[in-house]
Design a binder for this molecule. Structure first.
Ligand code: ZN
Length: 431
């Protein structure tokens, strides 16, 4: 049953008061001049640093005697390995742990990690998503259809409260971890039943659906205003087929679970950095231009000059869309393969990375499908992986992925980056 938006919108505002308050602030920020935004960004950075030195043990130790004369260039870089090893030291010492949740990310760059979050972080993340979505003409409460690959975000049995929230928000999320021809047909039916104004998902999944629609001459039965691509690199051929199938523009969103909403593409095709939420730099690290971000809003577990593991550069100039936010260019540095199963179906790579959720001590990993029936998981670990963990991974693989593929686990010193030098966490020699 679908309630009309006129009825749902006031309920939505009532249910998510904090989100709408934050959205209001974010919308006001995009009315500011670039100069004012830049000044505010600097003030936010100084305030965050002062807080972190006072309240966060890691930064108290690292920056307690900081020389401000060369600020902010003198700030040290926070590598993913620091984040993994100093997890608790990076937490606000006065945080009420009983109200915190722990999230896990396989990390699209192949380094699994966990992080703390609270309700405020989620509401701010959603408010910033709303701001991005509104660029295409979507309004809060308009139906959204999401094709999602991250198992931890999908409830196998939504609670009544979740069901009510989804009904009011008009959001429907489809589990897109594993799909075949039949699933694609089902998704087309869902598309016509749910009648979304906006579609969001991993580009590899949206492109597979788009191919199916184009090949079978299936048209969306309603006007879709925008397709938002997230969590993976968006390739030009994916963009092209998605735009062809859904008759709307594709917007590329960039962020991570640790630091969401870093940038989003505008209607004029430029990638704008949300400088009211992050301070983004492109720095030369290990002979490559790497994106380094500071979340200006995360006081719970401050991440200052955090290496995202992605490549990209900042772009000078102004955009004809009129947005005051500065611009960036993404480099294609992540490329993961779909996994093939003997029954002809394909599996999204994100399904594999979540096998490692809650398993501590793995610094890096890579899954490689050598044959249809064999996948090897290579791990770089802090100490030898206990046999019980190996057994747990194999059981999870058989239960959550497929019993049709055998999982082998190998401990290695280093993960091979392959000829391109670009790290991929899921490779298939069959792709
Ligand atoms: Zn623009």
């Amino acid at each position: 049953m679908r309630l009309p938006r006129l009825l749902r919108y006031p309920l939505l505002r009532l249910l998510f008061r904090e989100r709408f308050k934050l959205l209001n602030e974010l919308l006001q920020n995009q009315q500011l001049s670039r100069k004012t935004l830049h000044q505010q960004q600097h003030q936010k950075l100084v305030a965050l640093l002062k807080y972190a030195v006072q309240r966060v043990p890691f930064y108290h130790q690292q920056l307690g005697t900081m020389d401000w004369s060369n600020f902010p260039d003198s700030l040290p870089i926070l590598h993913k390995s620091d984040f993994i090893h100093q997890q608790d030291q990076l937490l606000d010492r006065q945080a009420n742990r009983s109200t915190l949740k722990k999230g896990y990310t396989g990390g699209s760059t192949g380094t699994p990690l966990s992080y703390y979050y609270n309700k405020h972080k989620i509401e701010l993340m959603r408010a910033a998503h709303y701001r991005s979505f509104m660029q295409c003409g979507w309004r809060p409460g308009d139906p959204i259809l999401q094709f999602w690959g991250a198992s931890q975000d999908l409830s196998s049995r939504p609670t009544l409260a979740e069901h009510i929230k989804n009904t009011i928000s008009g959001e429907l999320t489809v589990d897109a971890n594993h799909f075949d021809e039949q699933t694609l047909q089902q998704w087309c039916k869902t598309l016509n039943q749910h009648q979304p104004i906006l579609i969001r998902g991993y580009p590899s999944i949206l492109a597979a659906l788009a191919h199916h629609m184009v090949e079978n001459k299936i048209q969306p039965s309603q006007k879709i205003k925008g397709c938002f691509s997230t969590a993976e690199v968006l390739y030009p051929q994916q963009r092209s087929i998605i735009e062809q199938a859904f008759h709307c523009k594709v917007y590329n969103q960039y962020g991570s679970r640790e630091i969401p909403n870093i940038s989003c593409e505008c209607p004029h095709g430029k990638q704008h950095i949300y400088s009211d939420l992050v301070w983004l730099e492109s720095l030369k690290i290990d002979h490559a231009e790497q994106l380094v971000a500071t979340s200006l809003t995360n006081y719970l577990q401050p991440l200052i000059r955090y290496t995202l593991g992605d490549s990209g550069s900042l772009e000078e100039g102004n955009c004809s869309c009129g947005s005051p936010f500065p611009m960036m260019k993404m480099e294609v540095c992540r490329s993961n393969d779909l996994i093939h199963i003997a029954d002809g179906s394909q599996l999204h790579p994100s399904k594999l990375i979540h096998l490692l959720d809650e398993i501590e001590g793995i610094e890096q990993f890579q899954f490689t499908q050598h044959q249809l029936e064999v996948i090897t998981l290579q791990v770089v670990t802090l100490s030898t992986l206990p046999p019980s963990t190996e057994a747990l991974l194999k059981t999870r693989f058989a239960e959550q992925i497929t019993p049709a593929i055998q999982l082998n686990i190998e401990s290695v010193q280093l993960i091979d980056r392959g000829a391109s030098g670009k790290y991929r966490f899921v490779r298939s020699n069959l792709s």
